[in-house]
Design a protein around this ligand. Structure first.
Ligand code: 4AD
Ligand code: MG
Length: 461
């Protein structure tokens, strides 16, 4: 039979309708005369209270309908007697799809730790917390596509298997069908990738940017939104080995335009979340982080602080005593330095013009010979949420920089050709999707904002 989402049944407009609800039992309580079964179907954080007259049903059946069971209930929707919900169902028919053994079902109790829930990632979507996070994640993915579509960007699907290292950091997962125990060898003992599936060494991509640039230099404005993989051994609450990245790339944009696009996009997404996911965000605010909603609103209310890396160093140096790691012009900023800047300026900070030796080969070189047109967006709670730059569009300068940094030219001949044939100024950035979700949900560990996290020594589920 056709069934109706709890989200719809909870609206006062459903009162008086006969309906069927299908979902999972969160709680059952009551006595000999009446039973209350709270059903959640994932459509909304709230449950539908189903009121059952026990005398109408087999006692055995009612016993088997406990926490975690999957049921179908049919009845009339009435205005709720109890407080806390507008409607409830007076049940006239009950069907049990699958019971959940009370002895072994891990989600019997309320208030499991997030660490414990990570070990049962196959069941944690059934908790209020993960229901909320996963709904927010969906709405953010949708809003990203909407934001770019409304502005005339095209969604470009860049490859996941690649022969090049876009960031030049060498943190890649190899893709191979060669026999790992006994691979074909060259005369010098190295592995002969000519015999591999693609006839060359291939890896999972760390970024869709390089192919994104090819798209932008034809379609004008593109974005990518896909999974990316990094084999960096960082066991932190902000790193995943498999994460999703959004990478817009725009022909004729310079650094200033790039900053404007990043700020507009982030504000759009946060406003969208507050508008479309308020119930879920409010739940997370109350349970985990009482400042979440205020923090989201404050990011919307103020312009992001913009400054160069060099100016930031001048702010950091007088405070050097507060830091664990040293900081001077030329060092890569640590998380503690980024956090300091964000709290010092009371909100998001965009840093630009970093020293060239700590940034990737493709960034546009400034005339000072020392810095590049890089841009990182630093967020409260998160640290770096976006990394991007204006790109080096001059063929000779790009090639020289690649050689200086030992980036193999023969792997990237196609990238270099865009600088030979109709090159133009262009810029783009990468937004870490899970870091955005961390910010919007107030969760503190990145493992809790992706359904099935991949981190060092962890690829269960
Ligand atoms: O700063 P990154 O490395 O920049 C790039 O990949 C560029 N190709 C982007 C571009 O210009 N098109 O990564 C971009 C963002 C980071 O700011 C961070 O939010 C996220 O991706 N990120 C990660 N998120 C989770 N786990 C990891 N291991 C991440 N590494 C980067
Ligand atoms: Mg970065």
């Amino acid at each position: 039979m056709k069934h109706t989402p709890v989200k719809v049944l909870l609206q006062a407009t459903s009162i008086g309708n006969m309906a069927t609800v299908k979902g999972w039992v969160r709680t059952k309580r009551g006595n000999k005369n009446v039973a209350f079964i709270a059903i959640n179907d994932g459509s909304i954080i709230h449950n539908l209270q189903c009121v059952v007259d026990p005398s109408q049903y087999d006692e055995e059946l009612l016993k088997r309908i406990g926490t975690g069971a999957c049921v179908s209930a049919t009845g009339i929707i009435v205005a709720s007697q109890g407080s806390g919900q507008a409607t409830e169902m007076q049940v006239t028919a009950l069907e049990l799809y699958g019971e959940a053994d009370a002895e072994t079902y891990p989600l019997q109790k309320k208030g499991h730790t997030l660490e414990f829930l990570r070990e049962i990632a196959h069941l944690r979507p059934r908790t209020n917390t993960f229901g909320a996070v996963l709904r927010v994640r969906h709405h953010m993915a949708f809003a990203i596509n909407k934001f770019f579509n409304d502005q005339g960007f095209f969604y470009l699907h860049t490859p996941i298997i690649t022969g090049s290292d876009a960031e030049g950091a060498g943190e890649m997962f190899r893709v191979s069908t060669l026999n790992a125990k006994n691979p074909p060898l060259n005369d010098d003992g190295t592995i002969n990738y000519k015999e591999d599936f693609f006839g060359k060494e291939t890896n999972l991509t760390v970024s869709g940017q390089l192919e994104g640039e090819l798209g932008a230099m034809a379609l004008g404005k593109i974005y990518t939104f896909g999974p990316t993989f990094r084999a960096e051994n960082s066991n932190t609450p902000r790193h995943l080995a498999e994460f999703w990245m959004i990478e817009p790339e725009v022909a004729f944009n310079e650094l200033e335009d790039n900053m404007n696009l990043a700020e507009d996009m982030l504000k759009y997404l946060i406003a969208y979340a507050l508008e479309h996911c308020y119930d879920d965000i409010e739940f997370l605010n109350n349970l985990y982080d009482k400042e979440l909603i205020a923090r989201l609103q404050s990011v919307l209310a103020n312009p992001f602080k913009r400054m160069t890396y060099t100016e930031a160093i001048e702010v950091l140096i007088p405070n050097i005593g507060k830091f664990e790691f040293p900081v001077e012009w030329g060092t890569d900023l640590q998380k503690e330095h980024e956090n300091f800047l964000v709290s010092h300026f009371g909100g998001p900070v965009i840093l630009t013009d970093y020293p060239k030796h700590i940034k990737a080969f493709y960034m546009k070189q400034n005339d000072d010979g020392k810095t590049v047109r890089a841009m990182d967006v630093l967020f409260p709670w998160i640290g770096e949420i976006i990394g991007g730059s204006q790109r080096e569009e001059n063929h000779e300068k790009l090639l020289t920089r690649m050689n200086e940094m030992n980036i193999p030219e023969h792997d990237l001949w196609w990238y270099l050709e865009t600088r030979k044939f109709g090159t133009c100024p262009h810029a783009g950035f990468g937004l870490g999707f899970e870091r955005l979700i961390l910010f919007v949900t107030g969760m503190s560990n990145i493992r809790d904002v992706i359904p099935f996290p991949r981190t060092p020594k962890n690829a269960e589920f």
